[in-house]
Design a protein around this ligand. Structure first.
Ligand SMILES: NC(=O)c1ccc[n+]([C@@H]2O[C@H](COP(=O)([O-])OP(=O)(O)OC[C@H]3O[C@@H](n4cnc5c(N)ncnc54)[C@H](OP(=O)(O)O)[C@@H]3O)[C@@H](O)[C@H]2O)c1
Length: 265
C-alpha cells in the first residue's frame, strides 16, 4: 500500500523510518519547514513537500502525525486538495496518531478514517525499537481496521483494536507513567544540581523501580515514608522543600495520594 506521512516531528520521524525499514511504500512526507521535510525525505529516500497543495493524491493511507491541535486543520486542507480526485478513485484511509483525539474529528472530511497510535514516547534524536511497542488502531469500517492491523503488524506483533474511549483512558495513564514520572526525574535532577550532588547516584534506584513492576503489581511494591506513615520524615522533607514551593506542592499531593491508597486497602 502507498503511504503519505504528514508531519516530520518525533512520531512522523520514527514511524516513517520504521515503516520504510519494514518494506512499506512511503511515497511522500510533509513538513511546513523545508529543512525538516528534506531531512526526513532524504533519510528514507522519498520525495517531500512543504505545501499540502502538492500532496500526492494516489496514496492508500495518509498518516497525520501532527500535533493534536493541527489534526483538524490539516485534515480539512487535505480534503480540499484531494476532493476532485475522489470523484475518480476509491477514497483513501486517513488516520491520526494521537492518543487523546477521537477519530470522529476526521469524520467530516473522510469516508475512511481512523487512528494509528503507537503507545510509546518518541524523541527524534533517540532511536526506538518498534517490535516491542504496542500500536493501538481503530477505524469506523471493518475493512479499514483490517488494513490498519495489516500495516501495524509489519512493525510489531503487539497490535490492539482500542476504541476512542479506551484510547483516551490509556492516554491519561500513559501521561501518568511517562510524562509525570519524567517530570519527577526532572525535579530530582534540578534539586541535586543545585546542591552539587550527582544525579547518576539515583539511577540504580530508578532502574529497580521500573524492574520491580515487571513482576509485581505496583501497589505491592510501594515503599517510602508515606507508605510507612512516617510523619517525622515527611515533616523533615517538607521543611527542606520550603525553598522549592512548587516541588513541595507535588510532594504533598503525592504523599497524600499514597496515604489515601493505604486507607482504602
Ligand atoms: N511524541 C510522542 O511521544 C507521541 C507518542 C504517541 C503519539 N503522539 C502523537 O503524535 C502526534 C505528533 O506528535 P509529535 O510528538 O511527533 O509532535 P511534534 O514532534 O511536535 O511534531 C508535530 C508535527 O506537527 C506539525 N504541525 C504542527 N502544527 C501544524 C499545522 N498547523 N499545520 C501542519 N503541520 C503542523 C509540525 O510541523 P512542522 O514540521 O511543519 O513544524 C510537526 O511536524 C500527536 O498527535 C501526538 O499526540 C506523540
Amino acid at each position: 500500500m502507498k503511504i503519505v506521512v504528514v508531519g516530520a516531528g518525533n512520531v512522523a520521524w520514527h514511524l516513517s523510518k520504521a515503516l520504510h525499514d519494514a518494506g512499506q511504500h512511503i511515497v511522500q512526507v510533509y513538513s511546513r519547514l523545508d529543512g525538516r521535510a528534506a531531512r526526513l525525505g532524504n533519510e528514507i529516500g522519498v520525495s517531500y513537500i512543504t505545501d499540502l497543495q502538492h500532496i500526492n493524491p494516489d496514496a492508500d493511507i495518509y498518516i497525520l502525525a501532527v500535533r493534536d491541535a493541527a489534526i483538524e486543520i490539516v485534515a480539512e486542507k487535505i480534503r480540499k486538495r484531494l476532493d476532485r480526485h475522489f470523484e475518480h478513485q476509491a477514497e483513501p484511509l486517513v488516520v491520526h496518531t494521537s492518543g487523546a483525539t477521537p477519530t470522529t474529528l476526521l469524520q467530516p472530511f473522510f469516508k475512511h478514517y481512523g487512528v494509528f497510535y503507537p503507545l510509546q514516547t518518541f524523541s527524534i534524536d533517540r532511536p526506538i525499537t518498534f517490535h516491542t511497542l504496542p500500536i493501538c488502531v481503530d477505524a469506523a469500517q471493518a475493512s479499514d481496521v483490517d488494513m490498519l492491523f495489516e500495516l501495524a503488524k509489519t512493525l510489531t506483533p503487539k497490535v490492539y483494536r482500542i476504541s476512542n474511549e479506551q484510547r483516551q483512558i490509556l492516554h491519561v495513564t500513559a501521561v501518568m507513567v511517562n510524562n509525570f514520572t519524567n517530570h519527577l526525574y526532572t525535579i530530582a535532577h534540578d534539586i541535586l544540581q543545585q546542591e552539587n550532588i550527582d544525579f547518576n547516584i539515583l539511577k540504580p534506584l530508578i532502574n529497580e523501580t521500573v524492574n520491580k513492576i515487571q513482576q509485581h503489581p505496583p501497589a505491592t511494591m510501594q515503599t517510602g515514608p508515606a507508605k510507612r506513615s512516617d510523619d517525622t520524615t515527611i515533616q523533615r522533607h517538607l521543611t527542606y522543600l520550603e525553598k522549592y514551593p512548587d516541588y513541595r506542592k507535588v510532594y504533598e499531593i503525592l504523599t497524600e495520594s499514597i496515604l489515601n491508597d493505604d486507607k482504602t486497602e
